[in-house]
Design a protein around this ligand. Structure first.
Ligand SMILES: C[S@@+](CC[C@H](N)C(=O)[O-])C[C@H]1O[C@@H](n2cnc3c(N)ncnc32)[C@H](O)[C@@H]1O
Length: 244
């Protein structure tokens, strides 16, 4: 398996050479940043349909974090098109953050469809550097299908800790690596260098549960779920919450 993976990686790389050349020349990324929001306007509809009851159950816990004011400050980290808005209870004051400004028009549409929420601002920045958000300013951070794509999950989780108030909660739903030694993991390793370009930096083989466990939260709860996407190399998911 040790020799097979790099050999097959090379084969996939050769078959998709134009893509890698464009990436090397710096032409691919701007293109990807433009088309990816269109893709994300379609894909979450399917995943939300399959995940509806699980997401509702997870985000129903937000109500318990509302103070006497009945309000909660929520940061949607790597917000994309705003696919989670429909699951949030009324009383959420939502700040959106994403490094890709091309999501804004899709976000605006989701905001118009979810008038039970109050929208604060759309911050164009990476999760690794959220300096525009004050320390302890958020009651809740939500992060779904994002830690696979960030440059540094460790730095993002540090920033999440900084912006959360004590007792604040990170809710997450992320896809992760298939089990060690499985054929499915080998397949992920083979296609990952190409997949990363197609899916805007998405890594298939991250063991994100380890980053969450090591990030210094006072409590981490998560469940593992089977892969949702039958025809994609995207692996199983972890869903849960981490309390600051
Ligand atoms: C697969 S999409 C998920 C979008 C949305 N959270 C959802 O569940 O539909 C990944 C998102 O992460 C964003 N992203 C990529 N790198 C990021 C980073 N360093 N910090 C924050 N968000 C990032 C992308 O722009 C994109 O919106």
């Amino acid at each position: 398996m040790d020799v097979l993976v790099p050999l097959l990686q090379l084969l996939v790389l050769l078959l998709t050479l134009p893509l890698h050349l464009l990436a090397l020349l710096g032409c691919w990324q701007p293109l990807c940043k433009t088309y990816f929001p269109y893709l994300m306007a379609v894909l979450p509809r399917k995943s939300n349909h399959k995940m509806e009851s699980k997401k509702r159950e997870l985000f129903s816990q937000i109500k318990g974090l509302m103070g006497a004011s009945g309000k909660v400050a929520l940061l949607e980290l790597g917000c994309g098109t705003g696919a989670n808005f429909q699951f949030y209870p009324a009383g959420c004051r939502v700040t959106c953050l994403d490094p890709n400004p091309h999501f804004e028009k899709f976000l605006t549409k989701s905001m118009a469809e979810n008038r039970h929420l109050q929208y604060e601002q759309f911050v164009v920045a990476p999760g690794e550097d959220m300096r525009q958000l004050a320390d302890g300013s958020m009651d809740v951070v939500v992060c779904t299908l994002v830690l696979c794509s960030v440059q540094s999950p460790r730095n993002v989780l540090q920033e999440v800790q900084r912006v959360l108030r004590p007792g604040g909660v990170l809710f997450f739903w992320e896809h992760v690596a298939e089990p060690q030694g499985s054929w499915a993991l080998m397949w992920q390793q083979i296609v990952e260098p190409t997949w990363k370009h197609i899916a805007d930096g998405c890594c298939l083989t991250r063991e994100t549960w380890k980053d969450l466990e090591k990030a210094g939260f006072s409590e981490v709860q998560m469940e593992r779920q089977p892969s949702l996407f039958k025809w994609l190399p995207v692996g199983p998911h972890i869903m849960g919450k981490a309390v600051k």
